[in-house]
Design a protein around this ligand. Structure first.
Ligand code: HEC
Length: 138
């Protein structure tokens, strides 16, 4: 009887341990180190309706799966990421980043944020995505 209780306790502990390691807290992405030439990079497609249309379509194709429909970081792939993809609707975050910084984060990326240099080559489309991200601000 005693050994049974001991084994059951072990099982319970193992189960609890398993449950916890299987749902770790998603970490927040820290500050980005962005090269100066990107920080001040000029948005050549600012206010361009055609670029925005391209950007919207490209976002749906390449970004939505992680960043979600409204950019809040709740796409179907997001829960499997170690780092939360951020919240594009957040006005405070929006005003803290330049278009050039957004360009760097979106096209160059880092770690779990993929590099899109070879997938998205057209500059009109790239800036269109940045403009679309801007339109997600609440
Ligand atoms: C596979 C999932 C995934 C896809 C697809 C993806 N991202 Fe990300 N993205 C991430 C993750 C994870 C982070 C956070 C990375 C970090 O902080 O280290 C991130 C961060 C970002 C950030 C910075 C957010 C912040 O709060 O600092 C921007 C901007 C961004 N992504 C734009 C895009 C764009 C634009 C696309 C499509 C062209 C895209 N991402 C596609 C996972 C993804």
């Amino acid at each position: 009887m005693k050994t049974n209780f001991f084994l059951l306790s072990l099982l319970a502990i193992a189960f609890i341990g398993f449950a916890f390691t299987n749902s770790p807290e998603q970490k927040k992405g820290g500050n980005w180190k962005i090269p100066t030439e990107y920080k001040t990079k000029a948005n050549t497609m600012k206010g361009d309706a055609e670029a925005l249309k391209l950007g919207k379509a490209a976002y749906a194709k390449h970004c939505r799966s992680c960043h979600g429909n409204l950019g809040t970081g709740d796409g179907p792939k997001a829960k499997n990421l170690e780092t939360h993809p951020g919240d594009f609707s957040d006005a405070k975050w929006q005003s803290s980043v330049t278009d050039g910084e957004l360009y760097y984060m979106s096209i160059i990326g880092r770690d779990e944020m993929p590099n899109f240099e070879s997938k998205i080559t057209d500059d009109e489309e790239r800036w269109g995505i940045i403009n679309y991200i801007r339109s997600l601000k609440k």
